[in-house]
Write a protein that binds this ligand. Structure first.
Ligand code: ADP
Ligand code: MG
Ligand code: ZN
Length: 707
């Protein structure tokens, strides 16, 4: 038998040897055993049922959810001389009947069918006259609601099998290996005492990378530019994100297509084909794309957003490098990603059990994004494989040249803070307390008086949050499954707090400033250049570099927020505000920056300005170092008015630094004249003093000395 299988492998497929697992699975099926094969994406599952199909009498039915690919799959089989066809909803009734008739006449060895067909009585009746030797169920995890791709129609398979006059051999194939799913496949597909084969889940040719705290768009552009000749998939979480990214790449001249469930069938099909035939090199898609895409030369898969769980991730990432050549899988983690996935899970109509299950899977995915340990090991142990290796040398953590550091002290500070807030709050609040933030909630709860308040004030908030997340990912801390996950101390953490063990982790270097974003800066700079050229003035007269830098750090998206940026006054805001806001808003949209992403300081400032009366706005500009003349120009108000604004602020109790207005050499002189002439009439004072002393200076001296 095996020789016959090997012969087919050579003759039809042109391969000389089987891959790991294929032989055993084929032998098992040919030996009349129900068989469950669990092999990672790209391992070569199709051959495992196609070769037996050729060796067994009669016909093999292949149940597959991939309606849009059936034609290609069947064409491919016909291309290598294997008589095959498909039956799904894309055919008319007479076409279906014709194919069934041909099948009866023995014209096919393999028929692909969509699971929905199995529910149709007429189809069932028609198919019963065929000799079905083997029923292969591809993507068998679709039967399980614990899997990531549940299809209710798969549930019909079990009763379909029961209804057949002669029970065929059943083969089930999947890349999902969790115990829940495996058990579901066996029971729901009614496998009889099956042989279960699980090949190693490791894909040695794939390198794994997690990137955090970097600008996703920059990273992606840089990567695809450096790999222009290569084929790759970019997965994004939402249709909108796919559309945005697609237009961006398209406008920049990349060879790109897109795929998501919101596009018309025709368009999707078109892009899919263009991609498969190498006419376009980049596919931007939601997770709707890719199942069953047997394109072997995908060199990279970028996850622009974190997917919902490890199964989905490994399956999608696994579409890289089916040909065994080195390929890259990169996940760009953004702080918004878990929130979005959480939201999507909460929007479902799943029952509570299932939601809890999904949320805990999501947490494992988040852990993957934060673990400082080997990513491959993390993946493999998730899929139940234990390996002795601690470092694979081919993932971003193993390749990370940061030293393993003793972070026990910082970890203890964090654990202690978790205890101080009585294990009742989430990551964000704990980070704010450790940062010593003046956040409203922190103050309201009185946490500014905790002994752990401000203990990590030298770190940025995102750095503290990352540190907490790393400790969650490595089981020192844990998150509850509740609606608002709460951080609790795990046994491993307790031991550290008691000084019984130490924590060693690779910690990212503190070089890049997380909020500073060069790409936005360069976008703003090129807008400035356009304006400068148009107005024939030097660019720095539009805005100084420091202004653009501050804009790129805080990314203000409203008129009011814009005014909090140093160097943006009312007149410039009026002149250039619209154009700059357009760039800023677009950027915020494309990068998922919401006001919650702004640093607390800038947000407070933005709110302040929105609510500030005019005289306080003047004061704020003054405090930022603008001169009275500049402020009056910016605000299109008289200099005198600005002076009055400052005085009024002072009278209302705002601290004002008057010294900037007082020429130091004259302060004493002014004071002596005030003593002499009184402070009631400014004009008298002004006349009695040298020309160059301004009203502003006199007012400043009066205020400074409480007159
Ligand atoms: P899976 O369904 O497990 O994701 P496929 O069946 O689509 O994987 O096969 C993935 C790729 O591996 C295909 O291009 C296939 O032709 C190739 N392949 C399968 N078996 C072998 C083999 N024994 N030798 C070489 N290539 C193979
Ligand atoms: Mg497959
Ligand atoms: Zn590794």
């Amino acid at each position: 038998m095996l020789n016959a299988a090997l012969k087919i492998l050579k003759q039809h497929y042109g391969y000389t040897t089987f891959r790991p697992g294929q032989e055993k699975i084929i032998t098992s099926l040919l030996g009349n055993k129900d068989t469950l094969a669990i092999m990672p994406t790209g391992a070569g599952k199709s051959l495992c049922f196609q070769i037996p199909a050729l060796l067994l009498p009669g016909v093999t039915l292949v149940v597959s959810p991939l309606i849009s690919l059936m034609k290609d799959q069947v064409d491919a089989l016909n291309g290598v001389g294997i008589p095959a066809t498909f039956i799904n909803s894309s055919l008319t009734l007479s076409q279906v009947n014709e194919r069934i008739y041909n099948a009866k006449c023995g014209r096919y060895k393999i028929i692909y069918i969509a699971p929905e067909r199995l529910e149709s009585d007429s189809f069932q009746a028609a198919i019963k006259v065929l000799t079905i030797s083997l029923l292969a169920i591809d993507e068998a995890h679709c039967v399980s609601q614990w899997g990531h791709d549940f299809r209710p129609s798969y549930r019909a398979v079990g009763s379909f099998i029961a209804s057949l006059p002669n029970r065929p051999i059943i083969g089930a194939f999947t890349a999902t290996a969790t115990t829940d799913v495996t058990q579901d496949i066996i029971t729901l597909l009614a496998l009889k005492n099956p042989d279960v084969y699980m090949t190693g889940f490791d894909r040695e040719n794939l390198s794994f990378t997690v990137i955090r705290g970097e600008n996703k768009q920059d990273f992606t552009l840089k990567y695809i530019t450096a790999n222009k000749e290569q084929s790759g998939i970019i997965y994004a979480a939402t249709r909108k994100e796919v559309d945005n990214l697609y237009s961006l790449l398209y406008k920049k001249g990349y060879s790109v297509g897109k795929y998501h469930a919101g596009l018309p069938d025709k368009e999707r099909q078109h892009y899919q084909e263009q991609f498969i035939y190498d006419n376009i090199s980049i596919m931007v898609a939601t997770n709707a794309f890719g199942m069953g895409i047997d394109k072997s030369n995908v060199r990279y898969v970028i996850h622009y957003n974190m997917p919902k769980n490890m199964e989905a991730y490994y399956q999608e990432a696994g579409r890289a490098g089916r040909d065994g050549e080195p390929s890259e899988c990169m996940l760009l983690f953004g702080a918004q990603d878990p929130l979005l996935q959480r939201y999507l899970i909460e929007q479902t109509t799943f029952d509570t059990d299932r939601k809890t299950n999904e949320l805990s899977k999501l947490q494992t995915m988040v852990d993957y994004c934060h673990t400082p340990e080997c990513l491959r090991k993390f993946i493999l142990s998730y899929f139940g494989e234990t390996s002795d290796i601690t470092e694979c040398a081919n993932c971003s953590n193993c390749k990370d040249d940061n030293e393993l550091t003793d972070i026990t002290l910082d970890a203890q500070k964090i654990f202690s803070c978790v205890m101080r807030v009585k294990e009742r709050y989430g990551t964000t609040l704990i980070a704010s307390v450790l940062k010593g933030s003046k956040d409203k909630k922190v103050l309201q709860l009185g946490f500014d008086s905790l002994s752990t308040y401000g203990l990590l004030k030298n770190y940025t908030l995102p750095e503290i949050r990352d540190a907490i997340n790393r400790l969650i990912a490595t089981d020192y801390l844990m998150l509850t499954d509740s609606e608002y996950p709460v951080v609790k101390l795990a046994p491993k953490g307790v031991a550290v707090l008691k000084n019984q063990t130490k924590v060693w982790q690779k910690v990212p270097k503190r070089t890049q400033k997380i909020t500073a974003d060069n790409s936005l800066f360069s976008l703003l700079r090129s807008l400035r250049k356009t304006i400068a050229d148009r107005e024939q003035i030097p660019p720095y007269l539009v805005f100084a570099d420091s202004t653009l830098k501050e804009m790129s750090e805080y990314c203000p998206t409203s008129y009011d927020a814009l005014l909090t940026i140093k160097g943006v006054g009312e007149s410039k805001r009026k002149r250039y505000g619209d154009e700059f806001l357009e760039v800023l808003q677009q950027y915020a949209l494309a990068n998922n920056i919401q006001s919650s992403n702004l640093s607390i300081e800038s947000k407070e400032a933005a709110v302040k300005v929105q609510e500030s009366p005019s005289h306080v706005i003047s004061l704020e500009l003054y405090q930022k170092g603008h001169s009275l003349e500049e402020i009056s120009q910016m605000r299109k108000l008289k200099s005198l008015t600005i002076q009055d604004h400052l005085v009024r602020c002072y009278q209302e109790g705002h601290p004002v630094n008057w010294d900037a207005l007082i020429p130091p050499q004259y302060e004493k002189l002014i004071l002596s004249k005030v003593a002499q002439l009184g402070a009631e009439r400014l004009k008298i004072l002004k006349d009695a003093l040298p020309e160059e002393i301004s009203y502003a200076a006199i007012k400043a001296v009066l205020c400074k000395h409480n007159r």
